[in-house]
Design a protein around this ligand. Structure first.
Ligand code: BGC
Length: 709
């Protein structure tokens, strides 16, 4: 074997160095290019692409068969001089064909095993279906503005939660599917979109970067993510795609990332829109030199060959990027296994059961007056089911649907599964208002209201459809869209109990909705099994156990209203003269059918200097349930003042009826009691700390060790 790079016993670095010596400049530049094949249904990038070149480094959005993918791959492996295989990328955000809860809903489970399994399962399905190698996930951006449509892809407003879910997703994608790569996106600050407007420039203070926006990316890198996608956004004036300090100094220098960085779709070309330059060569050079190894879609990197000739970029810059891409290809075994062998890949077990379990765990009960829920079907003669979400699959699946379609085949409709849960004839479905109000037929609403008069209770399935959140889906008003609220008011006037089932890819403003119903269950967009999970909870087969990973504002003017802000300088003062303080439903909120009593919270110091916290939980009811336990720390006296509280741990605990359980948390001062400054240096100060458990119990304790120098 004369070509060293073919020797699988050598390291990826040695193999990449060897192959690099054999490559022409053109072959190198082609490795830096990612192009799409197939249909991109993402509304803002929607297009069909056909051009294939076997020298491309990577292909995205291909959703054809594995056989087709392997045939393309064969052209790269067998019909090119060096036979470098292509990496196949796909946006596997919450499923491929089997749709799982959207990431925001996954976070509501506060269950990392669920996040691991959902990512492992959906990527296995993508790999088996179309031969995906890179999942463009997880999106590990902390998101505090519900107007931004991409909040649906996030794990919410809390850096700790987002970090843990990022790790679980990375492991699910990569460890759950050897040979696959996770791609952390979008590095960094995209989610802080000003006013929630997608693609807007953002200004983020250094301290906020350190406390909030960088930690989940660092956690993802430490969990082993092999790919990072840079953002579209300008950050503090500099488009991220040309922000070398971020892509090289922080990502690689400080965190030791040694995978590949890819720019986001057309980001280099967009440097024109952003006011940097319309010159493709300048765009390409800026992007490459900042640390983007691969360029997504826009073909701007083709200008690099001329840029080398002109001396605008060095071959060393190009080599560095090519080498990183090739090292990744070697490290995941792509040269040894360029083809996906469907026979060798086992199916992921019980996809539907996993989808159902995840959907059940993600639903959040927001209101339950007079114990309306769980419904006892036998107590109702007739129930009216109405509202746009009862008869729509898009609202259950949401954006980034992979190869699924907004069709009942991919997510059974609420109106169709109701009959599995209620005696025949009990639930009467009547069409009424639509999602947007544009094509509302007043006759339909009138018929539904007339039907409601004949019923003993009303279930209104309301919210957003699947096209109202996601990329390029910012909303200025985040209440119920269209005429849904007016219709709900009319239903409520009938004086019958009203249950609202909500579908949405973001927190909604629900103040008036809450006033016009007795019970409210947030279903998010929970995927294929969403409707069955909903009825399981409504009828009491399962107790609701999801908790909000993001706060729901009282009105748009209150945004941002995340829980972990710093205190007011005048704590006793109200926030607004015309609004009650605090979110309508804050982070961590969620009701249960069971009555879980928290007691005897204690903190003790170990001889090694760590602390152990203990809390006793008692299920004071006849109902089996899961309880999400959330641990918060407050540091009321600090040199650099700290948020009123911040999460440092969580777990999901199974508590059968009348069971007791003691839950423990280890507090490591260096990790949990310290805080970063504006340059990321951590400070650990002696003094008083307060530990809060799920907002149900708190205790203060002293930390007295001096700061280590
Ligand atoms: C999105 C990315 C996505 C890419 C490829 C872009 O518009 O911002 O998150 O991975 O398209 O589909």
């Amino acid at each position: 074997m004369s070509e060293k790079f073919r020797n699988k016993f050598l390291s990826p670095e040695e193999r990449a160095a060897d192959i690099l010596l054999r490559m022409t400049l053109h072959e190198k530049v082609m490795q830096l290019v990612q192009r799409p094949i197939g249909i991109d249904s993402n509304p803002n990038n929607a297009s069909t692409w056909t051009t294939f070149n076997p020298l491309f480094g990577s292909i995205l959005n291909f959703s054809g068969s594995v056989e087709e993918r392997n045939a393309y791959q064969k052209a790269a492996v067998e019909d090119t001089r060096l036979g470098i295989p292509i990496l196949w990328a796909f946006d596997v955000i919450h499923g491929y064909k089997t749709s799982f809860p959207v990431p925001l809903a996954q976070a509501a489970t506060f269950d990392l095993e669920t996040a691991f399994s959902v990512n492992a399962a959906s990527n296995r399905e993508a790999r088996k279906s179309c031969g995906t190698d890179i999942a463009f996930a997880p999106m590990c951006e902390v998101c505090r503005d519900p107007r931004w449509g991409r909040i649906v892809e996030s794990y919410g407003e809390d850096p700790y939660t987002v970090s843990r879910f990022t790790e679980a997703a990375v492991r699910g994608i990569q460890d759950g599917n050897p040979g696959m790569l996770a791609c952390l996106k979008h590095f960094a600050g995209y989610s802080a979109a000003t006013g929630g407007r997608d693609y807007s420039a953002v200004e983020i203070a250094e301290i906020a970067m350190q406390e909030c926006y960088l930690p989940p990316f660092e956690a993802g890198v430490k969990a082993g993510a092999k790919c990072v996608m840079s953002g579209f956004n300008a950050l503090n004036g500099d488009p991220v795609i040309k922000y070398r300090n971020l892509l090289e100094d922080i990502l690689r220098g400080q965190w030791g990332f040694n995978g590949m960085v890819i720019s986001d779709c057309n980001a280099a070309k967009q440097l024109d829109d952003q006011g940097y330059s319309s010159d493709k060569m300048k765009q390409a050079v800026a992007s490459l030199q900042a640390g983007n190894d691969m360029d997504m879609v826009d073909m701007v990197y083709f200008a690099l060959e001329d840029a080398v000739d002109r001396g605008d970029v060095s071959v060393a810059d190009i080599n560095r990027a090519v080498k990183r891409i090739l090292e990744v290809k070697f490290s995941v075994g792509l040269f040894e296994s360029p083809y996906v062998d469907v026979q060798e890949l086992p199916d992921y077990p019980e996809m539907d059961a996993l989808a159902l379990d995840a959907a059940r765990k993600s639903a959040v009960l927001l209101k339950n007056e007079n114990g309306l829920l769980p419904l006892k079907p036998a107590e109702y003669r007739k129930i009216l089911l109405t509202g746009p979400a009862a008869d729509d699959a898009s609202c259950l699946i949401g954006s980034w649907m992979g190869a699924a379609k907004w069709d009942a085949e991919y997510a059974a409709l609420l109106k169709d599964t109701a009959e599995e849960y209620f005696p025949a004839g009990t639930v009467v479905y009547r069409k009424s208002v639509g999602f947007t109000g544009e094509d509302d037929d007043p006759d339909l609403s009138a018929t539904a209201l007339a039907a409601a008069e004949e019923c003993d209770m009303i279930i209104a399935a309301l919210g957003e459809n699947g096209n109202m959140s996601g990329e390029y889906r910012s909303r200025a008003f985040i209440g119920l869209p269209g005429r849904q609220l007016q219709f709900l008011r009319e239903l409520k006037k009938l004086g019958k109990p009203v249950l609202v089932l909500l579908t949405a890819g973001r927190p909604l403003v629900l103040s008036e909705v809450a006033e016009n119903c007795d019970a409210m269950l947030m279903l998010w967009q929970a995927g294929k099994m969403a409707s069955r999970a909903a009825w399981d909870i409504v009828t009491g087969k399962v107790s609701p156990s999801g908790r909000l990973p993001v706060s729901f504002p009282r009105c748009e003017g209150q945004i941002p209203c995340h829980y972990n802000q710093r205190p007011l300088a005048r704590r006793r003062f109200k926030e607004y003269i015309d609004l009650p303080d605090g979110a309508l439903y804050p982070f961590g909120f969620g009701l249960s059918y069971a009555d879980i009593v928290y007691g005897n919270l204690q903190v003790s110091e170990n001889p090694d200097g760590d602390f152990i916290a203990e809390i006793e939980l008692h299920n004071n009811s006849d109902i089996d349930t899961d309880e999400v336990v959330l641990w918060y720390i407050s540091d009321p006296e600090a040199e650099l003042t700290q948020p009123v509280k911040r999460l440092i741990g969580f777990s999901r605990e199974y508590l059968p009826a009348h069971a007791d359980k003691t839950i423990r948390l280890k507090i490591i001062p260096e990790r949990d009691l310290s805080y970063p400054d504006a340059v990321g240096k951590r400070h650990l100060e002696a003094g008083k700390f307060v530990l809060d458990c799920s907002g149900k119990a708190d205790v203060s304790f002293q930390f007295s060790r001096p700061e280590k120098k």
